[in-house]
Design a protein around this ligand. Structure first.
Ligand code: FES
Length: 141
């Protein structure tokens, strides 16, 4: 008998976000009390074409960094920035390098590209009445 460990991952979007862009999504997850709660996330594609996922909540005041898709490298910028008070974050680590929450980090979410989709893991997502849950995949480690 084989003892395989399985991980549930959720496909959030197609892996076609352009390098240098960030895309917010509002999902729902199952909270510690078993009730659904909002789960806003950011999918980031850096200039090296790698994908990253973070909770869309700034360490400063827990407000969203982005509310819509944006090219974070435009206008000479090279960092994610919080629209609230302009804190700056490294796109590949989530570390704040400038602003009121300097040296604090965005909460990282494990991400993988599977069958052309950006997938996240490490969280139990809830059904969203409007859009339904993201596609669920189960992968063996
Ligand atoms: S809430 Fe992000 S810098 Fe203040």
């Amino acid at each position: 008998m084989t003892d395989t460990k399985e991980t549930i991952v959720y496909a959030v979007c197609e892996a076609n976000i352009a390098p240098g862009w960030v895309q917010p999504f509002t999902l729902a997850k199952v909270g510690a009390d078993g009730k659904d709660e909002p789960f806003p996330i950011l999918i980031v594609r850096d200039e090296a074409r790698k994908f990253y996922a973070y909770v869309n909540a700034c360490p400063h005041e827990k407000k969203p960094l982005y509310e819509e898709s944006e090219n974070y490298v435009s206008d000479g910028r090279r960092h994610l920035h919080c629209m609230q008070h302009d804190a700056r974050f490294e796109p590949n680590t989530g570390l704040c390098v400038e602003g009121d929450c300097k040296f604090q980090s965005l909460e990282s979410i494990p991400v993988a590209i599977i069958d052309g989709d950006v997938c996240i893991a490490g969280v139990e997502l809830a059904e969203d009445d409007d859009a339904g849950p993201p596609e669920i995949m189960i992968v063996s480690e």
